[in-house]
Write a protein of this length. Structure first.
Length: 371
């Protein structure tokens, strides 16, 4: 991945963030036990994690990294970090702790977790850095009192452009100048996103402004209602299947949206027949994915449920349609609790009867109901 291959390693690789780096160094160089921890915050993909990694490298100290989302209880934090925070480092080289993404400390453990972190800050013999996207949440209020806050900002478009240019050169890629600029803009200050976008186009002979425009469209999430309209009005299979990636609902769920709304859009019998034919094939692949977990079938499922449905239509409909929530999903939502209870009962029976829950449901339950 470009983000690994071109990851910043030394201070000289850092783009922008001058004030922040100065503040970080000032904090680090003067740090002694009892001082505040560092809370490095800012949007995603601007260097929080990698700048601290670079700091450890530049200062030749041990670097101990943990992700806050892995901790579920105060006890766990105590047991895993507590020890090493108090320990001397090997050969007295010094060390630095980074607790990444502190704002994602697992839900229920929040309170205990945060106060455990504060205990660490007060007891540690080594500097601790926390990183966060959203440092001003109320759950971090107490932690903030024990931290020096330093903000990393979104990167400037021109800075992102420069970095992309470097990669383009090293990878011997070809890209139109406008396209490069557009790509940098699209990232919205997030260098990781910019590098990932560039990588996604790296197979092209030459990247053009049109490629970037398509990418931009894909990036913007659309509502499921917009997606349905686009699929039903698409002219080609490709156009229709592309829509699927732009909605923030999984294809599995979109399948039901398409299935329950196609007859609101199409009105000719032949079109509906062809559309449902395509859906039935998509459904076969849907089941195969469920049964075999072979996700390669997903591409075919999408081809049929979006592309197949789109080309089932002869002419575009220009009427305004009120798409509706799929009844199946609504029913499943309403009956979720009941089904969970039912499943628990089935599990109980399955254990007693030494068979699968499916067998209980299909072969035993009908008789039990009769009794
Ligand atoms: N200011 C920067 N200078 C050079 N490279 C950068 C900079 N910011 C980010 N990068 C590069 O972008 C990628 C992601 O950076 P990093 O993981 O540090 O982001 P982050 O701020 O920790 O994001 P997140 O909030 O998602 O964890 C890395 O490859 C990194 O080298
Ligand atoms: Mg990070």
């Amino acid at each position: 991945m470009f983000t690994e291959k071109y990851k910043l390693e030394k201070f000289e690789d850092i783009i922008g963030q001058k004030d922040a780096l100065y503040a970080i160094l000032k904090w680090f160089d003067s740090w002694k036990p009892g001082d505040k921890a560092l809370l490095l915050h800012g949007p995603t993909g601007v260097g929080k994690t990698s700048i601290i990694e670079a700091l450890a490298l530049e200062k030749s100290i041990d670097f101990i990294e943990m992700n806050a989302s892995n901790y579920r209880s105060a006890k766990q934090i105590r047991e895993t970090i507590g020890q090493s925070v108090a320990q001397q480092s090997l050969f007295k080289r010094g060390k630095i702790f980074m607790i990444d993404e502190i704002d994602s400390l697992s839900g229920s453990a929040d309170r205990g977790g945060i106060s455990e972190m504060i205990k660490l800050i007060r007891a540690t013999g080594h500097p601790i850095v926390f990183t966060a996207n959203k440092p001003f949440q109320s759950k971090l209020r107490n932690l903030r009192k024990y931290c020096k806050l330093v903000e990393l900002r979104k990167l400037a478009i021109s800075d992102i452009e420069k970095q992309l240019k470097k990669i383009v050169k090293k990878e011997k890629m070809k890209i139109e100048r406008d396209a490069l600029r557009e790509l940098a803009k699209l990232a919205g200050g997030d260098l990781r996103a910019a590098m990932n976008d560039l990588e996604s186009l790296s197979h092209k002979k030459k990247i053009t402004a049109d490629d970037i425009q398509l990418l931009g469209k894909r990036e913007k999430a659309i509502t499921v209602y917009e997606a349905l309209s686009k699929i039903f009005k698409a002219d080609t299979v490709l156009e229709a299947r592309r829509v699927i990636g732009t909605v923030d609902k999984p294809p599995d769920e979109l399948f039901w949206w398409i299935e329950s709304n196609v007859m609101r859009e199409y009105s000719k019998a032949e079109e509906l027949a062809a559309a449902f034919d395509a859906l039935s094939i998509a459904d076969v692949f849907r089941q195969r994915i469920r049964n075999t977990h072979n996700w390669r079938f997903l591409a075919y499922m999408i081809d049929f449920m979006a592309g197949g449905v789109a080309v089932a239509r002869r002419k575009k409909y220009f009427k305004h349609v009120h798409y509706q929530y799929p009844t199946l999903i609504a029913t499943l939502g309403r009956t979720k609790r009941m089904r969970k209870e039912q499943h628990e009962h089935l599990l109980g029976l399955a254990k007693q009867l030494h068979c699968s829950t499916r067998k209980v449901r299909t072969e035993f339950l009908p008789y039990l109901k009769l009794f």
